[in-house]
Design a binder for this molecule. Sequence first.
Ligand SMILES: NC(=O)c1ccc[n+]([C@@H]2O[C@H](COP(=O)([O-])OP(=O)(O)OC[C@H]3O[C@@H](n4cnc5c(N)ncnc54)[C@H](O)[C@@H]3O)[C@@H](O)[C@H]2O)c1
Length: 359
Amino acid sequence: MNVDMFNGFFKGKRVLVTGHTGFKGSWLSIWLHELGAEVIGVGLDPYTEKDNYVLSGIGKKIKADLRADIRDGEKMKAIFREYQPEIVFHLAAQPLVRLSYEIPVETYETNVMGSINVMEAVRVTDAVRVVVMITTDKCYDNKEQMRGYKEDDPFGGYDPYSSSKGACEIAIQSWRRSFFNPEDYGKKHHVSLASVRAGNVIGGGDWAKDRIVPDCIRALEAGKPIEIRSPKAVRPWEHVLEPLSGYMLLAQKMWEHPTEYCEGWNFGPEQDSISTVWEVATELVNNFGKGELRDISDSNALHEANLLMLNIDKAKSRLGWKPTLNSKQTIALVADWYKKYQEEDVYGLCVKEIEKFLN
Ligand SMILES: NC(=O)c1ccc[n+]([C@@H]2O[C@H](COP(=O)([O-])OP(=O)(O)OC[C@H]3O[C@@H](n4cnc5c(N)ncnc54)[C@H](O)[C@@H]3O)[C@@H](O)[C@H]2O)c1
């Protein structure tokens, strides 16, 4: 079966992925590696021995598996100069809302200054043509409204994580206007810079704290009840391969038409996958055929958004991208990884899941 929906575009391309040791970055690196790209990964050590990066062994397969802190601007420049990537996917971040209340300064240093360091490294690297900066749906000023956020809605953010990503979006906009302006393309620079915003991404190999899927799996494996903090919170859930397919398609379009796509893009799910935390946990339990949910909501808990939806009309109409899986298929594919990771070769499992997703 074929995992290439990009007609050979990535074959032989030098692609730098920041955050390749993390959840989304490991999947992206596996997919790019399967497509024949020369992947250069830049990240910190993985969090646990059960992370997708560790179990899949992707670090040993790619061209370079580097440990570096994106807060170190000089180090970023040195890496970019040495490896001369043509395409950059920037995913490295402190991505957790609740943790951001504990380490707000580090969250800002990583998400804002780290992202600026990556863009500054791009400026000193001749080879770079395409840069896709990964932020989040939480970058928008959340008014708990019933309609999905559009790409031109104002940025904002209540907690340090969300606001750091809003700030990151403002920096991206500024760097695009100041240094990678499409009007100056081919004269002063040759870089196409975009930012992408996904919803709540779920999939195999994520063990982050305070995320619903890892919380469910940990409880299921320990034979304990699954404690649900915000049962009624509504989120745009999507399988990790959905936004990744969007990021990669966008990169291809940017390469081919550098001044047409260098802007912000939402890659969220269809309306039917916008559901509550409780519904997602229930569907996971159904897939595993075991488990019990317990509502532990607390009115004094840290603020987290209740309602968050993304409008994806722009990606559909201009990129021809759309989500592939409905909500039941999404949860079934997520459950598939966690049911099998202890028995199967995890790299092969991920490739099979990419094939399943594409077919
Ligand atoms: N998972 C989601 O639901 C979701 C949704 C929307 C957006 N995002 C964004 O997608 C990206 C990836 O998220 P994820 O869920 O894979 O997170 P993750 O925590 O699994 O991975 C984060 C990666 O960033 C690296 N990293 C963190 N701090 C770093 C630093 N100072 N220097 C270098 N590397 C550093 C880590 O080593 C890891 O490789 C993030 O930018 C996140 O904000 C995630």
